[in-house]
Design a binder for this molecule. Structure first.
Ligand SMILES: NC(=O)c1ccc[n+]([C@@H]2O[C@H](COP(=O)([O-])OP(=O)(O)OC[C@H]3O[C@@H](n4cnc5c(N)ncnc54)[C@H](OP(=O)(O)O)[C@@H]3O)[C@@H](O)[C@H]2O)c1
Length: 333
């Protein structure tokens, strides 16, 4: 099949980093055994770092970024997929080591794909994208306290980075699960938005700055911490006995500083979340639950749709914390 298609191509020649929309031939897609015509991709924190300068993640250039996409199978050399299947891809180092979703076509390994559940479509699945998938993984980690570990009922759940992609969708899911969600934000003008998503209470990010005791009064049954860094010290010290802290992110820093007490005195569990390496079985479970827990008409209100050209203007805003909500990318726009 010889056909040209549009893609964002990043390059790093002679120490000059560039990003352009280019036409490339399908024959240049060498990895994988399933060719997908992409309907949508989405802009995530990691994509923005890669679009800026490769983010010390992409090692081979020229390269097509985009860590997630949804679309339709065009050709498959694997029995699991056939022409016209609707599929989702998130992670598995696509958009990092293998050509990704900021393009009209991608070719990937069949073991990286799942079929879109009947309750979703290509648009809805990228309204969630990696951020929504991660928010679902985090929310089920918190729910495991009562369901898997047979602990006490979850009541109060803290969500940090509340106005971000992962945080916003986690608020929606956790409130739908019936929990009281306490949203931590640095943005004073977003209270109505967070309440509308289902947050019961809004807390200023500053409350988690400064010194923490080894243990503080336990207030959180569960936490979804998308920020990490210094504030995690106080969060762990404030988690109730048996509480679960799901940690997907590091928007506020990579280093954490804690002590043994929350773990050995209260049995607090720190549950690392890696959406990229999740098993196919877990992906199928999570994506099948999505439609029960997500109000897509609400997500639509904070979702923007951009063309590939508009994407190249928008990604710096995400890095500066100026873009809020979800951004889906339509390569055919
Ligand atoms: N482990 C995984 O599989 C996985 C998957 C997806 C994302 N992630 C990570 O999860 C994090 C959130 O992703 P996202 O897509 O939600 O990003 P995002 O849309 O950029 O949101 C991040 C939010 O964090 C808060 N924030 C930003 N800088 C901060 C700082 N210096 N200190 C404290 N809070 C800060 C802001 O919320 P407020 O203004 O409301 O406080 C911001 O909206 C990122 O680190 C991302 O790399 C991990």
């Amino acid at each position: 099949m010889s056909e040209k298609f549009k893609a964002v191509v990043i390059d790093n020649q002679n120490e000059k980093f560039t990003r352009e929309i280019k036409e490339i031939d399908i024959s240049h897609l060498k990895d994988g055994n399933v060719l997908v015509k992409i309907d949508y991709s989405s802009l995530n924190f990691k994509d923005a770092m890669i679009l800026k300068d490769g983010g010390r993640i992409v090692r081979k250039f020229p390269f097509v970024p985009g860590i997630d996409f949804s679309g339709t199978v065009v050709e498959s050399q694997d029995d699991k997929f056939k022409k016209d299947d609707k599929v989702i891809l998130t992670g598995f180092r696509v958009g990092e080591a293998y050509f990704g979703g900021f393009a009209q076509y991608a070719k990937v390994d069949a073991n990286f794909l799942i079929k879109i559940p009947k309750s979703l479509d290509t648009h809805k699945s990228m309204m969630l994208g990696t951020a929504g998938f991660t928010a679902l993984l985090c929310s089920f980690a918190v729910k495991a306290k009562e369901e898997l570990l047979l602990g006490e009922k979850v009541k109060d759940v803290l969500v940090t980075g509340a106005t971000g992609g992962v945080g916003s969708i986690a608020i929606m899911i956790l409130s739908k699960m019936g929990y009281d969600v306490h949203a931590v934000t640095g943005k004073k003008d977003k209270n109505d938005y967070l309440k509308d998503l289902g947050a019961k209470n809004i807390i200023d990010r500053k409350e988690f700055e400064g010194e923490s005791k080894l243990l503080e009064k336990g207030v959180w049954d569960g936490v979804v911490d998308t920020v990490g860094g210094a504030s995690l010290t106080k969060i762990l010290a404030q988690t109730k006995p048996g509480g679960i802290v799901a940690l997907p992110g590091n928007a506020g820093g990579i280093k954490i500083n804690t002590n043994c007490m929350p773990f050995v005195i209260r049995g607090v569990k720190l549950w690392g979340i890696d959406s990229s390496g999740s098993s196919i079985k877990r992906r199928e479970f999570i994506w099948n639950e999505a439609a029960k827990l997500i109000d897509f008409s609400k997500v639509q209100l904070f979702t923007k749709e951009l063309s590939l050209t508009e994407l190249l203007d928008a990604y710096p805003k995400l890095l500066k914390g100026e873009l809020f909500g979800r951004t889906i990318v339509n390569p055919n726009k």
